[in-house]
Design a protein around this ligand. Sequence first.
Ligand code: CA
Ligand code: CA
Length: 147
Amino acid sequence: MNILENFLSADEEQEIVSAIHMAEKNTSGEIRVHIEKNTDEPIDVRAKHVFHALKMDNTKLENGVLIYIAIENKKFGIYGDKGIHKIVTHSFWDNTRDVMQEYFEAGAFKTGIIEGIKNASEALKKHFPWDVNDRDELSNEISKGKL
Ligand code: CA
Ligand code: CA
């Protein structure tokens, strides 16, 4: 059994991609989800490495947000780029993390990820509103595996 492929069903993945698509209609911020089997690094360190490996720092306003999940470690991290850190407080991250944690503990991974995306986009849109010149700078597809 492939733990990475079975973590979310194809339908669930599609729902998550749609949630990112919808979230990015409200903000110029770019949200991605990466799923990995496991990691030896502390979760926040790994999230930062994955963020850079996915070239998520390649946005005009430095407003990419990564939701990173290590399945076997039963851990997840959220990493946001410099542009966001200049503006939002720690409570933004804590709040998003808490929302996701609650669903994850109940085994509702898809819902947890989607609620995390919604939560992040609500905060992002205040500081990084969508505008007509906005482009989809980073893919909305879920990425997986070692990078
Ligand atoms: Ca965008
Ligand atoms: Ca995007």
